[in-house]
Design a binder for this molecule. Sequence first.
Ligand SMILES: [Fe+2]
Length: 281
Amino acid sequence: MVIERAPLEDELGDVLDKAIRGCGLEESAVAEQTGIPVERLRSVIDYCERLEPLELERLAKLLNLQSVGLNAVASEAYPLPEISGLPFCLYPLRMSHGIGVANAYFVADCSQDWGILFDTGTGAEGLWKSWPTKINRVAAVFLTHYETEHCGGLSAVRKRFRDVPVFGPDADDRPDGVIALNDGAVVNEKGFSVEVCSTPGHVESHHCYRVSAPQAPHGRSLLVAGDLLFAGSIGGAFHCCKRLHSSLHAVIDGAAPETVIAPGHGPLTTIENERKFNPFL
Ligand SMILES: [Fe+2]
């Protein structure tokens, strides 16, 4: 199946914002140590000015960002891999959200009209508009976290697919009836194996899911990443920057390079691609 490429979620300004403000650093200190005037730095973060290669280099060094990837983001030429070879069909459900796009995903045996839904998107309208035409049944729903743009369509899904089991992280804001899963839990549904990786940092309770098809042991697996990681960037550290980075490494370091990453925003990518280019890795 052909999967269209979505634009990157984050531009240079967002990447710097997450590396500086998101991790509690002072812009003035970063400006002083890189020799970039603070007004200019702020203006870059707000998308109004561009940086020179030498300035980017200094920022990359100070902020511990990978400079090849940072340059690629800055020049709007971030490399993205071809996505193929998954042993199942993957349907990205892309829904407008503010000035960007939020993604849910449907994973299905390509010959069947049912499968598993990951996140439920911004709401009923966006979800049904992007719904795969051949899918009529849902075996289970897995939620990465409980921000509205990722679980806004939950009640619509439950209304249409009565009694569908819904899984997600344990949290104070866990919607009624969502079954809490802990780190390392494995759920087997209709030929798919879904393993839970607890990945706090963007929010306190956040899951990524490793999806594989045990009947195709040599096929690539899929990492549904929510707001942990995007192509060329990471999620905002609204809960804790340090925990976000340790979650990132826990998930990325041991993963097979060919694993396909399905992020909550932006295009599909792979572990190999992000290890090579993601400014934060
Ligand atoms: Fe999000």
